[in-house]
Design a protein around this ligand. Structure first.
Ligand SMILES: Cc1cc2nc3c(=O)[nH]c(=O)nc-3n(C[C@H](O)[C@H](O)[C@H](O)COP(=O)(O)OP(=O)(O)OC[C@H]3O[C@@H](n4cnc5c(N)ncnc54)[C@H](O)[C@@H]3O)c2cc1C
Length: 492
């Protein structure tokens, strides 16, 4: 347990509750910069990790060096994910330059391998700031860096409007969460831009950075040793400009009818489609809520959107902070695990192969329509996701394999996967009410019908068309990996 206090520069910052001290090292007095190592919060403005780095740099009289790197061997590295990440990283660099900050990139690949680059950059740093991300490789990598670094490492929460730390650590259910979260929101909607006091870092570096703004990103992605069978998503163009377009679309087209249309999967303009940009931090929740507040839309629609973005998304972030491994089956409610285990030996006539599931070619038309959104679009409409998740329990040989399969399909294909919302929502598909009636395979875990889509005008036709979309043929592993995020080689 690290008990060190925050250093000058961060101590009095109004966003200080976002900061956690990860080790107890003293500032490296010969450091040449403050290192701001980003993994997922890929935006240049209103980014608490960057802002905290600038404040600490000013207190120490040092410039900030922002670093973002991508390797080929993180779980599920594919054209889809790499393309989205690299375009966001490129725009992060442009935005940092405009803010007067140095930002350097590294794309690890044959002929351009850099071993332990974060450690090498960290060795030249007075202090290191990292993101406080509770899922996927980010948390694990930050902790490894903190354990090895000779300088202090601070983790900064950048994903939520309300820093989870101000809510306390004793909330057990969503209604209790909302009771504390809702009154806090107004305290976090305003922010002041932190201005660097030092000129941009222009000194030597431990490596030769990539120049993403002038390189051909498509050619770069094609040259990498990653999964080329999962293609780029046409539905979710990459980069900050695309994210801003999507936010404008939310304000002008989606929000005015949001409360009524959001659950209708057959409508293209019912939901915001923001989740990929939020997951990679290309947009932050504060700027999204500011756009919503200023929009010409009814309060019913604004309240519904706030309930999704803040009431649900931040609840799952809050939960994940407290879990040692939010991506594991053991987070599922004990009674649900027990009732599913009681039915583990039940016959499973609807078992499907992994290939049929990956490609949306099972015997269930509705499920195929859902899965093809993940496969083709790299995203799925919210109203389809619960049906999709619950049906996997019947399509796989055991509840544990169902969990791993749901995580695998979501994480490999969806741009918003690998997120606290991924595992929190998948856990919700393994829930219901302990008083539900007992069914084969599911026990007292509730099932879900496809009626909310099928019963709409044109619902049958929409599902049939969605299920018959042409799909890319993706590689099929021999079996679904279990916890790929928690094992393997360090990637920093
Ligand atoms: C089985 C299952 C798996 C899911 N996997 C993911 C995932 O990997 N990543 C992810 O971000 N969301 C996930 N969700 C939640 C939700 O379905 C998506 O956030 C939403 O569909 C994204 O589309 P949108 O941006 O158009 O959302 P909108 O309906 O426009 O909502 C606006 C924003 O609110 C947030 N939000 C909405 N619903 C939820 C919710 N149920 N939980 C948490 N946040 C929410 C998202 O950030 C979303 O972008 C999952 C839900 C289920 C049932």
């Amino acid at each position: 347990m690290v008990t060190a206090v925050l250093p000058a520069g961060l101590r009095d910052w109004r966003e200080a509750p976002r900061v956690r001290v990860l080790n107890d090292r003293a500032v490296n007095v010969s450091g040449r910069y403050v290192l701001c190592w980003l993994q997922q919060a890929l935006r240049a403005r209103d980014n608490p990790v960057i802002d905290a780095s600038i404040l600490l740099g000013s207190a120490l009289g040092l410039p900030v060096l922002v670093y973002h790197g991508v390797r080929e061997d993180y779980p599920y590295a594919s054209d889809r994910l790499h393309h989205f990440i690299l375009a966001a990283s490129r725009d992060l660099g442009t935005g940092c330059t405009k803010r007067g900050l140095a930002c350097v990139h590294h794309v690890d690949r044959a002929g351009h391998r850099e071993k332990g680059l974060v450690h090498r950059l960290g060795a030249e740093a007075a202090a290191i700031l990292v993101e406080d991300q509770p899922t996927f490789v980010a948390r694990w990598q930050s902790e490894r860096v903190a354990a090895r670094a000779a300088s202090p490492v601070y983790a900064v929460e950048a994903a939520c409007l309300v820093p989870p730390a101000v809510l306390g650590d004793d909330i057990r259910g969503r209604s209790g969460f909302l009771r504390r979260h809702e009154p806090e929101r107004s305290n976090w909607v305003e922010t002041e831009e932190v201005v660097p006091e030092q000129p941009a870092y222009a000194g030597t570096l431990a490596f030769t950075p990539d120049t993403l703004d002038t390189c051909d990103l498509d050619a770069l992605v094609t040259s990498l040793e990653i999964d080329h069978t999962v293609p780029v998503s046409a539905m979710h163009p990459a980069g900050r400009g695309a994210a801003e377009d999507r936010l404008r679309r939310l304000v002008t087209e989606v929000l005015p009818g949001y409360a009524s249309a959001r659950n209708d999967a057959t409508r293209a303009d019912g939901a915001s489609g923001l989740s990929p940009y939020l997951h990679f931090g290309v947009l932050g929740p504060r700027e999204v809520m500011a756009a919503v507040a200023a929009a010409d839309a009814g309060s019913r629609h604004k309240a519904k959107f706030a309930d999704e973005l803040l009431g649900w998304r931040e609840w799952f972030h809050y939960q994940a902070q407290d879990l040692a491994a939010p991506e594991r089956y053991d987070r599922v409610a004990g009674w649900a695990v027990d009732t599913l285990a009681d039915h583990a030996a039940d016959g499973r006539p609807e078992l499907e192969t992994l290939s049929a599931m990956l490609h949306g070619e099972t015997r269930d038309e509705t499920w195929n329509a859902c899965q093809k959104q993940f496969l083709v679009d790299g995203w799925m409409h919210n109203n389809l996701r619960m049906y999709w998740g619950k049906r996997i329990i019947a399509m796989t040989p055991s509840p544990e394999v169902a969990w791993s399969t749901a995580c695998y399909l979501n994480d490999r294909l969806s741009l918003d996967g690998r997120d606290p919302s991924t595992y929190g929502n998948i856990a919700a598909t393994f829930a219901g009410s302990p008083s539900d009636r007992e069914r084969p395979i599911y026990g007292r875990v509730s099932t879900r019908s496809d009626g909310s889509t099928r019963r709409r005008d044109g619902g049958d036709e929409w599902l049939a068309a969605a299920a018959s979309r042409a799909v890319p043929r993706v590689s099929v592993p021999a079996e679904v990996p279990v916890d790929p995020y928690l094992t393997g080689e360090p990637t920093v």
